[in-house]
Design a protein around this ligand. Structure first.
Ligand SMILES: Cc1cc2nc3c(=O)[nH]c(=O)nc-3n(C[C@H](O)[C@H](O)[C@H](O)COP(=O)(O)OP(=O)(O)OC[C@H]3O[C@@H](n4cnc5c(N)ncnc54)[C@H](O)[C@@H]3O)c2cc1C
Length: 393
C-alpha cells in the first residue's frame, strides 16, 4: 500500500523547516508537523553566524532579514583577567561577511513559511505521540495528536527534527545521555542594557566559571542575555542555572557593568543542548535525525542553528536519492556526510570544552589573543567552524 507521504518531518525548528524546504522543492510529498502553533518562543541566544547566513541565503530568506533585524560585525570575548578580544567578520572568504541576531519567534516562522511555500504540507499544534510499528525493517509512520484526536500517518521516510529531547530519537533508542555531550542554557531578553554593540559578546568570566555568558544585541538598549554550561561541569559543582544567570548579571567584572540597570522583559527560558554529535545516532533504517535531535550543536560555541540548517539540507539530499531509487540504503550517505564535514571538528571541540571555560586556560589564552589580533582571528574562525575545507560549497 502506498504511504500517505514520502516523508514526515517531526518538528519545525530550523532543522525541520530546512529539510522540508529541500525535499518539497524537489517535488516530494512532505508533511511537516509541530506541536506548537507559530509564532512560538524558543530558548536561544538568537545569534546567527556567517555560516548560517549562507544557509539562509540558500533558503531565500536573507533579504527579509536584512534591514529588519540587527546585523552583527563580529565577536568580542571578555575574560576577567584576559582583557577584551575583538574578532571581526569575515571569517573566511567563502562566507557572508556578517551575522544577525534574530529572535527565534520570528526566524522560525519565516523558515516555516518558506517550507510551506516550497510545497510542504504543515500541521501546527500537532504533537507526535508515538511511532507506528515496524514493518519489513522500517518504521511505518508516526502517531499524531491534534485537538484531542489521534491518527496514524504513514510515510516512506521519517525525519526526527524534534530538538534535544527528540521523541523520535527516544522511541528508537538513538539518544545517549552522556554528560560530555549534554549542556544546559538559559536566556532572558533584557532592556536598559548599557553600550549594546554590533558584536556577539561572549563572557567566559571567572565569577561564573565553568559556565559562559553572552550579551547579543537586539536594538539600542535591548539584548538577549544568557549563560550555559555542560552537564559534566554541573555534576561536579552542583551549579544552578538561574543562580549562574544572576551571578552573571551582578558579580562579573565586565558583564555586570553593562547589565547593572537592565530589567528582564519576561521570565528566563532554559533548554537542553545536545552537542558534538556524541549525544545521538543520526540514522536507523528509514529514519534520520537532524539538528539538536542528532546532537548537532557546536560544543565550543553552543551554536546550533548553522548545523540544524545544514543537517536538514543534507538529510533531504539523502532522502531524495533514496526516494528516487526506491532504496533506503541510500540514507547511509547522510551519516557519512556528517562525519566528513563535522566529525573531526566536533571531536576536537568536545575535548577543548573540557578545558575551555576554566580560568587557568581561558585568561592566558584571551590575554594572548587580545594582544595579537591575527591569533584572535584564527580562534574566531575555528570557533565558528569557518576554516578552509570545513564546508562543501
Ligand atoms: C539558551 C540557548 C541559547 C542558544 N543560543 C544559540 C545561538 O545564539 N545561536 C545558535 O546558533 N544556536 C543557539 N542555541 C542552539 C539552538 O537553539 C539549537 O541548536 C536549534 O534550535 C536547533 O534547531 P532544531 O530545528 O534542531 O530544533 P528546535 O529548534 O529545538 O526545534 C524543534 C521543534 O520540534 C518541535 N517538537 C518537539 N517535540 C515534538 C513532538 N513530539 N511533536 C511535534 N513537534 C515537536 C518543537 O516544538 C520545536 O519547534 C541555543 C540553545 C539554547 C538552549
Amino acid at each position: 500500500m502506498k504511504a500517505d507521504y514520502d516523508a514526515v518531518i517531526v518538528g519545525a525548528g530550523p532543522g525541520g523547516s530546512s529539510a522540508a524546504f529541500s525535499l518539497a522543492s524537489r517535488g516530494f510529498r512532505v508533511l511537516l508537523l509541530d506541536k506548537e502553533v507559530f509564532p512560538r518562543e524558543k530558548a536561544c541566544g538568537d545569534g546567527i553566524a556567517p555560516r548560517a547566513v549562507h544557509s539562509l541565503r540558500v533558503l531565500g530568506v536573507e533579504e527579509e532579514l536584512a534591514g529588519r533585524f540587527r546585523r552583527t560585525a563580529g565577536m568580542r570575548f571578555y575574560a576577567t583577567r584576559g582583557g577584551v578580544t575583538e574578532v571581526r567578520y569575515p571569517m573566511g572568504s567563502r562566507f557572508p561577511h556578517h551575522g544577525y541576531v534574530v529572535p527565534r519567534r520570528e526566524l522560525d516562522s519565516i523558515l516555516l513559511r518558506r517550507a510551506r511555500e516550497a510545497g510542504a504540507e504543515v500541521w501546527e499544534g500537532c504533537r507526535v505521540a508515538d511511532l507506528m510499528p515496524w514493518k519489513d525493517g522500517n518504521v511505518q509512520g508516526v502517531v499524531a495528536e491534534r485537538e484531542g484526536e489521534r491518527r496514524e500517518v504513514s510515510a516512506s521516510y521519517i525525519v526526527g527534527a524534534d530538538g534535544a529531547s527528540s521523541l523520535v530519537g527516544r522511541k528508537l533508542g538513538l539518544l545517549r545521555h552522556d554528560p560530555r555531550y549534554v549542556g544546559v542554557s538559559v536566556r532572558c531578553y533584557m532592556q536598559g542594557v548599557r553600550e549594546v554593540s554590533d558584536f556577539l559578546e561572549i563572557y567566559p568570566e571567572d565569577a561564573i566559571s565553568p559556565a559562559c555568558g553572552w550579551i547579543f544585541p537586539l536594538d539600542r538598549e535591548t539584548a538577549n542575555v544568557g549563560v550555559g554550561f555542560m552537564l559534566h561541569a554541573r555534576e561536579k559543582r552542583r551549579m544552578n542555572l538561574n543562580r549562574v544567570l544572576e551571578d552573571f548579571c551582578t558579580r562579573t567584572r565586565y558583564a555586570a557593568e553593562k547589565l547593572g540597570g537592565a530589567r528582564p522583559l519576561a521570565k528566563p527560558r532554559s533548554a537542553l543542548l545536545r552537542v558534538g554529535m556524541g549525544g545521538a545516532v543520526p540514522r536507523l533504517a528509514n529514519v534520520v535525525l537532524v539538528g539538536d535531535a542528532a546532537s548537532m550543536v557546536n560544543p565550543m560555541s553552543g551554536e546550533g542553528i548553522t548545523y540544524a540548517l545544514e543537517s536538514g539540507r543534507w538529510a533531504a539530499e539523502a532522502l531524495a536519492s533514496a526516494l528516487r531509487r526506491g532504496d533506503p540504503e541510500e540514507l547511509a550517505l547522510y551519516p557519512l556526510t556528517l562525519k566528513r564535514y563535522y566529525g573531526r571538528y566536533f571531536r576536537l571541540g568536545t575535548m577543548a570544552i573540557r578545558y575551555g571555560n576554566n580560568p587557568w586556560f581561558i585568561n592566558p589564552l584571551l590575554l594572548a589573543t587580545s594582544r595579537m589580533p591575527p591569533l584572535g582571528d584564527k580562534m574566531g574562525r575555528f570557533l565558528m567552524n569557518c576554516r578552509r575545507g570545513a564546508f562543501p560549497l
